[in-house]
Write a protein that binds this ligand. Structure first.
Ligand code: HEC
Ligand code: HEC
Length: 467
């Protein structure tokens, strides 16, 4: 009986610890394993740091970043769906999106530096602020009665976490639009998926996609061959040509020259089937189109009009010049890809091998907020004594009954808080430069002492032990 109790206490402590953001124990975003055959990378100068991506994770999941506090990036980009949305149109603060939300898998690993279905953002950094400023999506447009980004920044400055997270990420508690862009882009670039059966096989054959993979079934190997059969052949050559636009081994879209693959009656403007939208020439990586459970993660294409892989193959077997699409990509102008039924099944089987496992569940890409909407921050200033407020002493440590705090500082007004290890506030009171607390009723454990200088707004943090 007793032992079980101890185990439960131990594991629940572990659980609490793991849900807090602890600057001494950040997730690994900056040194993740990347297979050596992955060579395309659209990072320009905003390299991923653990601190920056951690801030990006909080921003990505924070509903406070929308005008009615109900929508976060993650509302339309769901981890369990490869960071896409199962809905054809996603719900923003002022209505439904006009295009389908894109999956955000391996966004970093492409030659293409531009983003969105129509590549209208010049970089990922440019992209990340757009949804926040979009009237429909998150609502800080600054127009027509919407608040602007300045109001959002003022609001973020009032939270008890953003100044600390910005300080951790960029060495300055000041919140800026640029900082938001950089941190979100770092987080999105960190989302990577290289544990698929394709990766296993590709490594096994030394990176030659034309050799059969030992870990594939016959039908998967056949599908692979069909997928890459446009490989190194000329633009109007035979074969499926998938690989000419969705290039191996990243399965990212080629960086230039791709035009529309649309207009067979299904690729249109959402909600207006007669109005075709031919400006879309980017696709997310084809990795993780399918969930590990075998179902499609999201409807496909910019209008989310295709709901099955069979429908996808049907699209590519009919799209061609006959549809009178002036923007049609040259690789499809020779006529539709002639794909017999059994070959369609083989390509579908191959597409399903491009799905990983880890990206759907790894905590580093998951929601950091607690169920009540609070965020547990831990040790963000590194517990270095005197990092911000000079000369704080606290004793004894471990403490049994009386706990003394002395601050040598010209200011005289401070707020003292005691937090549990997972960031829950236990006590908070205004104090002067010297104070004595009676902690005899506090149960034993590790706690965080936090002192905020009410004049300079600077914070001191340290751990102490109650025995
Ligand atoms: C209301 C739903 C919604 C919200 C909220 C939202 N997005 Fe999106 N996201 C979309 C849609 C829809 C698209 C495609 C839009 C287009 O191409 O015109 C998209 C596209 C993207 C892309 C482009 C991917 C690529 O490969 O080109 C990125 C990156 C992205 N979103 C990141 C974010 C970030 C970061 C946030 C939060 C700041 C966010 N999104 C908030 C719906 C949303
Ligand atoms: C001419 C270049 C080109 C060729 C060839 C091509 N694609 Fe595409 N693919 C695109 C573009 C561009 C899009 C985005 C189109 C849109 O949304 O309007 C796309 C979208 C997709 C999507 C949807 C991605 C998503 O996240 O919704 C899948 C899946 C796909 N293609 C698979 C294939 C397969 C399989 C083949 C071969 C049979 C193929 N493509 C051939 C350019 C191409």
């Amino acid at each position: 009986m007793k032992k079980t109790g101890i185990y439960i206490a131990f594991f629940s402590l572990l659980f609490l610890l793991s849900s807090a953001i602890d600057s001494n124990d950040l997730f690994n975003y900056e040194n993740q394993f990347i297979p050596d055959y992955i060579t395309k990378d659209n990072t320009e100068s905003n390299f991923i740091s653990d601190e920056g991506a951690t801030l990006g994770r909080v921003l990505f999941y924070d509903k406070m970043l929308s005008s009615n506090k109900s929508v976060a990036c993650a509302s339309c980009h769901l981890q369990e769906r490869a960071f896409g949305d199962t809905a054809r149109q996603s719900i923003g603060v002022n209505g439904l999106t006009e295009r389908h939300s894109m999956r955000l898998i391996n966004s970093r690993f492409g030659k293409e530096t531009r983003f969105f279905w129509d590549r209208r953002a010049n970089s990922l950094e440019d992209q990340t602020i757009v949804p926040i400023k979009d009237h429909l999506e998150m609502g800080f447009s600054g127009n027509n009665g919407d608040q602007g980004i300045e109001e959002l920044i003022a609001f973020m400055s009032e939270t008890d976490y953003y100044p600390e997270l910005f300080d951790m990420a960029f060495g300055d508690p000041l919140i800026s639009e640029t900082g938001i862009q950089l941190a979100l882009a770092q987080f999105i670039r960190s989302i990577q998926s290289f544990d698929s059966r394709f990766d296993e096989g590709y490594a096994q054959v030394g990176g030659d996609p034309l050799i059969d993979f030992p870990n594939f079934t016959n039908i998967e190997n056949k599908g692979k061959k069909l997928y890459v059969s446009g490989f190194e052949s000329d633009i109007v050559g035979e074969g499926f040509r998938c690989v000419q636009c969705h290039v191996l081994p990243e399965f990212s879209i080629v960086d230039e020259g791709t035009l529309s693959v649309g207009n067979n009656g299904v690729i249109s403007v959402i909600g207006s089937p007669n109005e075709v939208d031919l400006s879309n020439n980017r696709s997310p990586s084809l990795r993780d189109v399918v969930n590990p459970d075998g179902t499609l993660n999201t409807p496909l294409m910019h209008d989310g009009s295709i709901n099955t892989l069979g429908g996808l193959m049907a699209h590519y077997s009919t799209v061609g010049p006959a549809q009178n699409n002036p923007e049609l990509d040259i690789r499809l102008q020779n006529g539709p890809l002639q794909i017999p039924q059994d070959e369609k099944q083989a390509v579908i089987a191959f597409l399903k091998t491009l799905t990983g496992v880890n990206v759907y569940t790894d905590e580093k890409w998951s929601d950091p907020f607690n169920e009540d909407g609070s965020l547990s921050l831990f040790d963000l200033v590194g517990f270095h004594e005197n990092k911000h407020i000079q000369n704080v002493s606290y004793y004894p440590n471990p403490v049994i009954n009386d706990f003394n705090i002395e601050i040598k500082n010209t200011n005289t007004e401070f707020v003292l808080s005691i937090l549990s290890i997972d960031g829950q506030q236990i006590l908070s009171k205004k104090i002067g430069a010297r104070t004595k607390l009676d902690l005899r009723h506090l149960s034993s454990g590790i706690y965080v002492l936090k002192i905020k200088d009410l004049n300079s707004r600077k914070t001191f943090k340290a751990k102490f032990i109650k025995s």
